[in-house]
Design a binder for this molecule. Structure first.
Ligand code: IDP
Ligand code: MG
Length: 154
């Protein structure tokens, strides 16, 4: 099973969409294994967005990410990284597909509700910025037999 990191951005919290976003990921069948409400330290935002250093929107992105509370979450599931990227939609709200989280709730480039890891390697790194291993819950959910075929659960 793959793990992925999802951050609910300050606009998500301000607009009271925490429950909506978490509900969509839960209903898909993904398993929530870590969650924290916090305000990003500058160093955490720099680590999360290091691949964008030098881009024209970088300083603005860091300011925004540290401007208010966020919710850091970790999800586990079959192909979790790619699945969550599809559920959140294209980066810019005005381009994101209807039915996706950004497509349904965002219009902006930067205020686009959620961040999600874009590869398993990045997800391992991004999770480590926010969570220690012993903070991730490894309980097996009781509905796995309904969500997955037997061989997919391996
Ligand atoms: P992603 O969030 O879909 O992975 P990235 O290209 O990794 O998109 O960009 C990270 C974040 O930086 C975006 O979610 C968005 O908030 C912001 N961003 C990206 N490109 C722009 C831009 O051209 N203008 C303003 N903000 C941007
Ligand atoms: Mg990205």
């Amino acid at each position: 099973m793959e793990k992925t990191f999802v951050m609910l951005k300050p606009d998500c919290i301000s607009r009271r969409l925490i429950g909506e976003v978490i509900s969509r990921l839960e209903k898909k069948g993904l398993n929530l294994i870590g969650i924290k409400l916090l305000k990003l330290e500058k160093i955490q935002a720099e680590r999360l967005y290091e691949i964008h250093r030098g881009k024209q929107f970088y300083a603005h992105l860091l300011d925004y990410a540290t401007s208010g509370p966020i919710v850091a979450t970790v999800w586990e599931g079959f192909h979790a990284v790619g699945t969550v990227r599809k559920l959140i939609g294209a980066t810019f709200g005005y381009e994101a597909e209807p039915g996706s989280i950004r497509g349904d709730f965002a219009l902006s480039r930067g205020h686009n509700i959620v961040h999600a890891s874009d590869s398993p390697e990045r997800s391992t790194y991004e999770i480590s910025i926010f969570f220690r291993n012993n903070e991730l819950i490894q309980n097996l959910p009781i509905d796995l037999d309904a969500i997955y075929e037997q061989e997919e659960r391996a």
